[in-house]
Design a protein around this ligand. Structure first.
Ligand code: GTP
Ligand code: MG
Length: 216
């Protein structure tokens, strides 16, 4: 039997694994930074702005789908060039002002470069989706080099997160083609969520000012 010459793909796998290592490290760096900020805030203000943090690496299937959608070849170089959210971290806050607090605290760190921000609270998506998105670069110190590595940070309230997870599930069922009346209803739900957020914030501020009056 003739021996088949295999192409030398070892380098590609090695390059891909190195890229994964960088993104995983970036998730750890950003996760730790957020935990430190939350701990310090809790210490100073007796209040934690972060309810919880989730992080994930984009699946290989989603990476390939996204590159194909963008009409790009499937190469490690193109993943780095065209995909912003290989490493993704989601920060769930209690109240809307907490979101901007986190954004400011992250942006003010000297080693973080903010590449892009999208404020979907000021400008909700047509679906009704609300959140604050940041693409940042964090330096990863390897044995012989420093590699600035991109992470997508999504920051939202518990209520916005509730809406986004359920909307995502419903949309998934319809394979992205939900009928118009369903989309309208989901948009209406997003409005209600937004109302709930402002109502909860008002209650919290009211309680806070009552407490301060008590102390006087
Ligand atoms: P992508 O190609 O999806 O990354 O779009 P983009 O590069 O314009 O990024 P965008 O800032 O819109 O953020 C995309 C991410 O935000 C998605 O992967 C979701 O996690 C989230 N997202 C954006 N729009 C919606 C929405 O309508 N519903 C839900 N549930 N999530 C959304
Ligand atoms: Mg994106």
């Amino acid at each position: 039997m003739a021996k088949i010459e295999l192409p030398d793909v070892k380098d590609i796998f090695l390059e891909y694994r190195k890229m994964q290592l960088l993104y995983q490290s970036a998730l750890k760096e950003i996760g730790t930074k957020l935990e430190i900020l939350n701990d310090e805030f809790k210490f100073v203000h007796k209040y934690n702005p972060i309810e919880h943090i989730e992080s994930r690496m984009k699946s290989e299937e989603s990476i390939v789908r996204k590159l194909m959608k963008k009409g790009q070849d499937i190469t490690v170089e193109n993943i780095e060039r065209y995909i912003d959210d290989v490493a993704g971290i989601r920060v769930i806050c209690s109240f809307t002002p907490d979101i901007y607090r986190i954004v400011d605290m992250i942006s003010n760190q000297d080693d973080i470069e903010v590449v892009r921000t999208k404020d979907y609270m000021v400008n909700p998506k047509p679906s009704g989706y609300r959140s604050y998105h940041m693409i940042v670069k964090v330096p990863i110190f390897l044995s012989d080099t420093v590699v600035p590595t991109r992470v997508e940070i999504q920051i939202r309230t518990v209520a916005m997160d509730f809406w986004a997870s359920l909307e995502h599930k419903i949309y998934y069922k319809y394979d992205g083609h939900a009928p118009e009346y369903i989309r309208t209803e989901l948009r209406e739900c997003a409005e209600m969520i937004s109302f709930l957020d402002s109502k909860m914030l008002a209650i919290n501020e009211e309680i806070h000012s009552l407490k301060q009056d008590d102390m006087r």
